[in-house]
Design a protein around this ligand. Structure first.
Ligand code: GDP
Ligand code: ZN
Length: 458
C-alpha cells in the first residue's frame, strides 16, 4: 500500500509544557533530517532513540526551535511506518511554526484520526481497537478508560475472531457436504452445524449481556434529580459534584462538540441532565410543575428522587412517585437532622422495593450510601470486573444483534429442514456481521466515516 507522508500536532491545542509534532510515512526521517541540526544526522541514528538539537530553515539555516526529536523506524511504531516525533516548547505558535516547516518540506497535513487509520490500514490494529483508541480519548472515568484500554489491547477483537473462525468451520463442513454428498449424510451435517452455531450464539448473548453496563461506562447515565422545591436537590447536586471530580468535557475535534457535565460515582459516570437548566432556574420542578417534569424525565436512565423528612408527604410527592414508576430510581430522604415529620409508613408504601437512602446534606451525611446505592443499581456485582469483555460501542452492539438474528434464522431454517446451503447462507451472513466489528468485512465508506470522528493529530 502506497501512503504518502503526513504530519500533525499530536498534543491537544493550547498551552502545555511541550507540544509534539508527529510525522509518519516513508519520507518522515528524511524530512526530519533536512530541518534538524544536532550531533548526528537523523538518517544515521538508531531506531527508537531521542535526540537533542535545533530546527532550522534549510534554505537560510535560521534557527526555528530548540527540540528533542524521536526517531522511530517501521515496523515497530504506532502506524507501522517510519515516525518522527518532534518535541517543542509548549505554546501554539512554536508548534504551528514547526508544523508549517514540516509541511513545506513535503509532508501533507494529516486528516483527523489519520495516524490511527494508518495503524488500521497497515494491519497493526483492527477496527474495534481503533474505536477503543477513540473511547480512551473520550473516557469520562477511570473505569471507562479501563474498558476502552481492554478494547485497544484487542481482547474483544480476539474473542470476535475466535467466534468467526468457529462459524467458518461450520460453513466449511457444509461445503464438504455439498461437494461430496456421499461423505457425510446431510442430517449429520445439519446436526453438527446446529451445535456449533448454537455455541457461538450463546457467546454472542453473553457479550450482549454486558452491553448495557458497557454503554453506561462509556456514555454515562443520564441522571435527573427531581423533587419538590426546597427538599435539597441543588444541595445534592453540589455534594455529588464536590465529592466526585466533576468532569466537564468538551469533546474536541469530534462530530459532537458538546459541553456535558459528568460526575463520577463509584466508577459510574453520571451525566447530569439539564444541569444548566437546574442551575439557572434554581428549581426545575418548581418552574415546570409535575406535568412537565414528567417530560424532562423521559431522557433519564436514572432518577434521584429527593424527599424532605421534615415535611409531610404531599399530593405532589405522590404524583412524582407515579411519574417515576417505570424508571430506575433511588429515593433520598433528606434533612434527617431536623425533626421527622414525614409519615414513614406512607413513605415506605410509596417507595416500595426501590432503594431508599437517608441523608443530611447539611451535615454531609449519607452521601456515600447514596453513591453505593446508585452503583449497586446498575452493577450489582461491582463495577467493571476484570474478567469481562464489555461491549460498549453502539456499532458493535448493533452488529452483534444482527449476527444473533441471522444465526437464529439459520437455526430456524435448519429445524425446518431447509436445504443445507440455505442454512449456510445465513451462517455466512452472521460471519460477515462479526467481521464488520473488527473491520475485516467493513466497507471503505464506513471506515472513512469512523476515522473522521477522531481528533486531529491522533
Ligand atoms: P432544592 O430547592 O430542592 O434545590 O433545595 P436546596 O438544595 O436549594 O435546599 C433548600 C434549603 O434546604 C437550603 O437552605 C439548604 O441549605 C437546606 N438543606 C438542604 N439539605 C439539608 C439538610 O439535610 N438539612 C437541613 N437542615 N437543611 C438542608
Ligand atoms: Zn435547587
Amino acid at each position: 500500500m502506497e501512503l504518502d507522508t503526513v504530519a500533525a500536532i499530536s498534543t491537544p491545542p493550547g498551552e502545555g509544557a511541550i507540544a509534539i509534532i508527529r510525522i509518519s510515512g516513508d519520507k518522515a526521517v528524511a524530512i526530519g533530517d533536512r530541518i534538524y541540526r544536532g550531533r548526528e544526522s537523523l538518517m544515521k541514528v538508531d531506531s527508537h532513540t531521542i535526540h537533542y538539537g535545533h530546527l532550522v530553515h534549510p534554505s537560510t539555516n535560521e534557527t526555528v526551535e530548540e527540540v528533542m526529536v524521536s526517531v522511530l523506524r517501521a515496523p515497530k511504531t504506532f502506524t507501522r511506518e517510519d515516525i518522527i516525533e518532534i518535541n517543542v516548547h509548549g505554546g501554539v505558535v512554536s508548534a504551528d511554526r514547526v508544523l508549517q516547516l514540516v509541511l513545506t518540506e513535503g509532508a501533507r497535513l494529516a486528516e483527523p484520526g489519520e495516524f490511527t487509520k494508518r495503524a488500521f490500514l497497515n494491519g497493526r490494529i483492527d477496527l474495534s481497537q481503533a474505536e477503543g483508541v477513540m473511547d480512551m480519548i473520550r473516557a469520562k472515568t477511570d473505569r471507562a478508560m479501563n474498558v476502552a484500554m481492554k478494547q485497544v489491547e484487542g481482547r474483544l477483537a480476539r474473542q470476535i475472531k475466535t467466534l468467526r473462525s468457529r462459524l467458518l468451520d461450520a460453513i466449511a463442513h457444509v461445503e464438504v457436504n455439498i461437494d461430496y454428498p456421499e461423505y457425510d449424510a446431510e442430517s449429520v451435517t445439519l446436526e453438527r452445524l446446529e451445535k456449533q452455531v448454537t455455541d457461538v450464539q450463546t457467546e454472542i448473548d453473553q457479550l450482549l449481556a454486558t452491553a448495557h453496563q458497557g454503554k453506561i461506562l462509556r456514555e454515562g447515565l443520564a441522571t435527573a434529580i427531581i423533587g419538590r422545591p426546597n427538599v435539597g436537590k441543588s444541595s445534592l447536586m453540589n455534594a455529588l459534584v464536590q465529592d466526585n471530580r466533576a468532569i466537564v468535557t468538551e469533546i474536541p475535534g469530534t462530530t459532537r462538540d458538546v459541553l456535558e457535565e459528568y460526575v463520577n460515582v463509584n466508577g459510574v459516570p453520571l451525566r447530569l441532565i439539564d444541569t444548566a437548566g437546574i442551575r439557572e432556574t434554581e428549581d426545575i420542578v418548581e418552574k415546570m410543575g409535575v406535568e412537565r417534569s414528567r417530560q424532562a424525565l423521559s431522557d433519564a436512565e436514572l432518577v434521584v428522587f429527593v424527599l424532605n423528612a421534615n415535611e409531610s408527604l404531599t399530593p405532589e410527592d405522590e404524583a412524582l412517585f407515579d411519574a417515576i414508576k417505570d424508571f430506575n430510581a433511588v429515593v433520598v430522604l433528606n434533612k434527617t437532622d431536623l425533626e421527622k415529620k414525614i409519615n414513614e409508613t406512607q413513605m415506605h408504601d410509596l417507595v416500595g422495593n426501590r432503594p431508599l437512602v437517608t441523608t443530611s446534606l447539611l451535615k454531609e451525611e449519607g452521601i456515600e450510601d447514596l453513591e453505593a446505592a446508585i452503583a449497586y443499581l446498575f452493577f450489582d456485582e461491582g463495577v467493571e470486573s476484570a474478567e469481562i469483555n464489555y461491549v460498549s460501542n453502539t456499532r458493535h452492539i448493533a452488529l452483534l444483534n444482527q449476527a444473533k438474528k441471522t444465526i437464529n434464522e439459520a437455526l430456524e431454517a435448519a429445524q425446518a429442514e431447509m436445504p443445507v446451503d440455505m442454512v449456510q447462507i445465513d451462517v455466512t451472513r452472521a460471519w460477515e456481521h462479526l467481521g464488520e466489528i473488527v473491520g475485516e468485512t467493513a466497507p471503505d465508506q464506513l471506515i472513512d466515516q469512523l476515522f473522521s470522528q477522531f481528533c486531529l493529530g491522533k
